[in-house]
Structures are given as C-alpha cells and as structure tokens.
Design a protein around this ligand. Structure first.
Ligand SMILES: Nc1ncnc2c1ncn2[C@@H]1O[C@H](COP(=O)(O)OP(=O)(O)O)[C@@H](O)[C@H]1O
Ligand SMILES: [Mg+2]
Length: 260
C-alpha cells in the first residue's frame, strides 16, 4: 500500500533550494517546490516576479545560480548532468507565450519538426504521429495550412500539437492563453484538461487568467518579486477563500494591492 501511494505520488518536478536570476540580479531565492505526476500546477504572480525565469530554469534553458532541479527523478542541473538534461528534453513539451510556429512551414511540417529532430522514425510514422496530434487538438484536415492562415486560437492549438508531438510526460506552458479572447481561452483550458485526463500529462502552467486558474489547476503556486519567493501554495479555491495574505487576496479578488 505504501509503495502504491509512493508511486502514485512520485515527483514529476522537484525544485530544491533553488536560487535563480541573471548575473548579479537574483530573481527568486531558496525556492522549494514539488510537482506531482499527473498534477496541473499553475504559477501565478505579478508581472516581473520571475514566473518565466522559473520556467526557463525548470526546462534547463537557464542554469540556476544555486540549487537543483530534477525532472522525472533525474537531476538536470549542474555539471556532469548533461546527459540527464538531454534525456529530459525528450520527455518534456514546451509551449511558449508566442507559440513560435515557423511561419514558412505548414502545420504538419511544424508539428513534425521535433519528431524529426529527436527521433529516427520513418517519414511514414512521422506523418501518422503528426496527423494524430493535429486531430487531438481539433485541427484534423488543416495539415497543409500555414500559420498565417489560422486564427490565434488555432495557432495556439497547433503549437500545442507540436509541444505534445513526442508524448511528453510533462508539459510546460508560459501564458498559453495570452492574446486570446475569453471564449477561445476557455476552449484552450478545456483542451489542456482533456489532454491531462486522456494522457495523464503533468502540466506546469504560467498564467494570469483567473478563470483558467480556477478551471484547471490542481494547485497554484504564487510568487512574489519583493519576497523573491513563493508566498502561497494550494488549491485555487483554498487560496481564494482561506488565505489571509493581502497579496493573495488582492490577486484572487482582483483588487489593487494594499500599500505596504
Ligand atoms: N534576460 C534577462 N536578463 C536580465 N534580467 C532579466 C532577463 N529576463 C528577465 N529579467 C528580469 O527578471 C525579472 C523576472 O522576469 P520574468 O521571469 O520574465 O517575470 P514574469 O514572467 O513573472 O513576468 C524581471 O525583473 C525581469 O526584468
Ligand atoms: Mg513571463
């Protein structure tokens, strides 16, 4: 029983005593955080508090100033762990704010890119996977279109298809609904939830959108720039209803922050 429990709560991401920043500029200090397998964790906080920086460090794009990150039980930070980082890269999907599809490539070619880069699968298999992924995000039949021929919501879904091309264990998204209208944004939330339910993907999402946060997070982690760390952690309803921290209350009730 204990073993089952341990397995069902194994860590997808483990952040330990992490200090991050740029050169002299420390953004977050001594942060500890565990994301359990199958969880959707959202990272919240005001602009400039370090959400994107934390995400960049978690996916191994930016080395930490101190501390460590483990993905799927393997430490990816520090010298000597380059192999683990390379391996982890194959097991994670990333959806950046901009979506960043290649404008000169069709949707199918965009989704095929990571598969061609990271595997040695035959062209036919790649085609099959691409078709499946586009279908999963509701873009079946749009294979031959260029990004510019799509709406913003469709571009996001195409970028999501590319992010899940290699069946990632963990999906990292930085403000996935930025620039989308509320309905399209809700549709994207629904799609993320569906992917979590169908595939059990663990997700770490940076978002500002209260409706998204409430709709999809199992847990939220709130960062604060001044405190240089995590100031609250918990289920969204719990933070909204029970937190006595004025910064958390201000965020969840959309109030201007009290002067300190
Ligand atoms: N490449 C960089 N070099 C130096 N400072 C940076 C860089 N990127 C971000 N910063 C600074 O780090 C802080 C956190 O930024 P960021 O993680 O982008 O915040 P958020 O995503 O929460 O809005 C900000 O003060 C920002 O100005
Ligand atoms: Mg950001």
């Amino acid at each position: 029983m204990a073993l089952v429990e341990e397995q069902s709560r194994s860590a997808a991401v483990r952040v330990e005593n992490l200090t991050i920043g740029y050169g002299e500029r420390v953004v977050l200090e001594a942060v500890d955080l565990t994301v359990w397998r199958g969880e959707i964790v959202t990272i919240l906080g005001r602009s400039g508090c370090g959400k994107s920086t934390l995400l960049k460090v978690m996916i191994g794009l930016l080395p930490p100033l101190k501390g460590s990150i483990a993905l799927g039980g393997r430490v990816i930070t520090g010298s000597g762990n380059e192999d683990s980082l390379a391996l982890a890269r194959k097991k994670i999907g990333v959806l950046f704010q901009s979506g960043a599809l290649m404008g000169s490539l069709t949707l199918a070619e965009n989704v095929a890119l990571p598969i061609q880069e990271l595997t040695t699968l035959s062209a036919e298999l790649v085609d099959d996977i691409v078709r499946l992924k586009l279908e999963m995000v509701g873009l079946a039949g749009f294979d031959g279109l260029l990004p510019a021929e799509l709406s913003g919501g469709m571009r996001k879904r195409a970028a999501l298809a590319r992010a899940i091309a290699l069946d990632p264990e963990i999906l990292f998204c930085d403000e996935p609904s930025a620039g989308l209208d509320p309905v399209t944004s809700a549709e994207l939330d629904h799609l993320l939830l569906e992917l979590k339910r169908a595939l059990g993907i663990t997700m770490v999402l940076v978002t500002h959108e209260l409706p998204s946060i409430e709709a999809i997070s199992d847990r939220c982690v709130m960062l604060d720039g001044k405190a240089r760390g995590i100031i609250a952690m918990g289920a969204p309803a719990e933070l909204r209803e029970s937190s006595t921290d004025p910064r958390v209350q201000a965020f969840f009730h959309r109030r201007a922050r009290p002067r300190t």
